[in-house]
Ligand binder design. Sequence first.
Ligand code: EPU
Length: 419
Amino acid sequence: MGQEVIKIRGGQTLKGEVNINGAKNSAVAIIPAAILAEDNVTIKGLPQISDVETLVSLLGDLNIKTNLTGTTLEVDPEEIINAPLPNQKVESLRASYYMMGAMLGRFNKCVIGLPGGCPLGPRPIDQHIKGFKALGATIDESSETSMKIEADKLVGANIFLDIVSVGATINIMLAAVRAEGQTVIENAAKEPEVVDVARFLISLGADIKGAGTSTLKINGVKHLHGSEHQVIPDRIEAGTYMCIAAACGEEIKINNIIPTHVEPLIVKLKELGLDINVGEDHTQIKRGNKYTSVDIKTLVYPGFATDLQQPITPLLFMADGVSFVTETIYPARFKHVDELKNMGADIVADNGTATIKPSKLKGAKVYASDLRAGASLIVAGLIAEGVTTIYNVKHIHRGYTNIVNTLKSLGADIWTEEV
Ligand code: EPU
């Protein structure tokens, strides 16, 4: 069987509108969180990506009835069972770790494969485990492929996270919503996706205070009912299209955004020299004539998102001086660098910082090592002279709804091929 590649002939000018989909990193937590509900749940505004399909299929493995139509998922948990979860599906995405917190919260027990996901260097889950243990769970890690987590009962506790972690904050919240008494998570992540998951759990009847601040207080409740929830727009997808517009947009309108969620990017694009119009739920961007180099340091929210560090990098080749991108969340998240070098870019990554000099990009054969590296290569391919062929595009489909057709509709010369 052949493999799909994405091909782009760069240099086109893009024009038109893009509607941003629901946030991947909310969706991948909210779908597992639906396990906690005892009645039917409807989740609206889901992105149409393979990570969503995988998680829905994992719900099916627990005998939960699901109906995913377009962007809406209906979940009927009436016949739910606590089954061990298969390794292969669990390994195909990082967010499968949310099945741990959700199953622990629902059944006080789970057996589950170890999470996979993008290879961004070491991605431990020690803070998740620390939280589960604090709530009274024991963890059997004797198997190399799976983990058994169980508790006689879960009891609220005070948990101070050593590292600000989106995943650990959400996972502990999932395990704690039905625990006995109060759980306090300190040094919690403040990302909008954490707030969205908390909003969903509150809609089920959970008692959670402080989402969006660094202290979360969760008072356990006995039952969680059904609800309907609309996922927030994806700030990283929006940011990726904003970078694309800045690279080659004649005029691109990006609809369905929450401007505050993309503010750190807007600030950088303005520093770079772009003129950006921001409305209540949209932004309009067109390529500037001259870009000034900027320095970027990734930080936890509301700092500059690590997930946008790779997509913005190709823009920095268009600037008139040297830019530095420092990655503090995943210091090894620089797998796009060698691929960009292949395209003629003058970029060096060392010790968590990329040094980026003005360069003219040329089409080349490149490899998407991870989701946002793939997004970076798409932006680069749109700017480059000639044809870029991107291999390993399964990573891109894990996180971007229909990106090839969306770019085509804006006027990009982009297509897929089986090779
Ligand atoms: N960390 C630990 N121990 C833990 C948990 C995290 O050392 O127990 C470290 C990580 O290795 C990393 C830092 O803490 O250095 C922050 O990691 P975090 O837990 O916040 O990341 P995550 O929850 O695994 C989510 C997103 C990522 C995004 C990061 C940071 C999901 C499914 N993934 O990962 O998204 O980069 O937060 O914002 O929500 C992507 O969308 O491309 C992506 C990788």
